[in-house]
Design a protein around this ligand. Sequence first.
Ligand SMILES: NC(=O)c1ccc[n+]([C@@H]2O[C@H](COP(=O)([O-])OP(=O)(O)OC[C@H]3O[C@@H](n4cnc5c(N)ncnc54)[C@H](OP(=O)(O)O)[C@@H]3O)[C@@H](O)[C@H]2O)c1
Length: 410
Amino acid sequence: MAQARLRGTTPGPSPPSLDPSASMACGSSSADTMRGAVLRAKAQKPEGKVLYPGQKYDLIVSSIPKPRCVAGKALVRVVAAGVNPVDCKLILPSWIQHAFGRDYCGVVEEITEETSAKRGIKVGDTVMGMSSGSCCEYIVADTETMTKVPDNMTPEQAAGMGVAYMTSYDAIFAGTTVGRPPVGENTRVLIIGGSGGTGLAALQLARRCACARLVATVCSGRNEQLVKQEGADVVFDYTKIDFAATPAEELKRIMTEEAVKQMGTEEKRPAPDDFRGEFDLVYDCVSSMEDHDYRPVANQLLAPGAGHYVAINAARPAFWMQGLLARATGLGSWVLPSREDLFLPAPNREKVDNMSKWFGEGKLRVNVDTVVDFQKAASDANANLNEAIDRQLSRRATGKVVIGNIGSPK
Ligand SMILES: NC(=O)c1ccc[n+]([C@@H]2O[C@H](COP(=O)([O-])OP(=O)(O)OC[C@H]3O[C@@H](n4cnc5c(N)ncnc54)[C@H](OP(=O)(O)O)[C@@H]3O)[C@@H](O)[C@H]2O)c1
């Protein structure tokens, strides 16, 4: 079970009343309205350098319109909502996205008979998935990307499944248009940033679901125990190895020595004999425009003529453009550089149901880093949910930041 720390919310200034609904008590809802977490521009500019747009906003509870169920979808009463970096980086206008968030866990309240029969989901089922604007009391979510929550998951864990696990699923099982091979028992995988939301998901998927030959990761030494517990055979500590400045051949030598040191003595899983610091797949969960760029060094660590570099963010906008074009056209390897992939997750019924099965079997486990209490913020006009944004943007969360206690799980 995840060690979820229940954190209170930090009192903050009252949000400015930018829209008429904001003047209603933050705890109020009616037949047509509900409570939801929304971003409001901070009254005062934050101190210091602003790296992410989310730093300029308070996350408050406000009254927003309640959605109505439509065919093919289900009305879900949300219990908890997961937070992802994108929620704090890509701030959409409220007419596009009513509430904050993308990941959810909740209970189905309404679904048409036809959709229920087609999808095997019924009123009263506890479900999880991804749906834009998830951090509110009710969402109308696509049933094709929703799956049942197995009994061994808490609502907070289930709320952390969405973006992180669906993204890493496509990275590990090649669910994109590039045509690279999925991870299998002969694959040597390097996951850069194995201790974060997507990284931990990838470690578990590569080790326990794809049964990779070697699962290595780059993270800070303080998270070594956690990442080894979640599937890493070997850990490269970026506070000790300078990935950006070390020449490739030297880096490969250091990594080989480290793999033998960490795995060599273990009878169960010794370092593969042919491991020379080269990988069949490097999955990069760290590089971004705001800080690091592991892409150049990652490409030098690929097995010659066979390895692939897979990214979900990029330091250079041009690579992002190629990734988005690949997604829009379905042309994958025609648009992206050879042996490289950058993608957005494309969840579907098969993928989410596999997830539910693997969570139920205990192969996957969401590590909940922090839970911020929605009701506490809703009941106090001076409170907010900013802790969720701050923790997510700290880049130190080990696993998922979740906004919990939105509704009752029963
Ligand atoms: N394309 C997509 O659809 C998609 C989907 C999801 C996420 N993303 C992007 O992918 C990135 C990761 O997302 P996430 O949710 O996993 O983020 P996250 O949970 O915030 O990642 C935090 C982790 O990053 C690690 N980290 C920070 N600096 C590092 C460094 N220099 N080297 C290695 N590890 C480092 C930290 O490890 P230590 O504490 O051990 O340093 C921490 O555990 C974000 O940029 C996000 O925007 C894209």
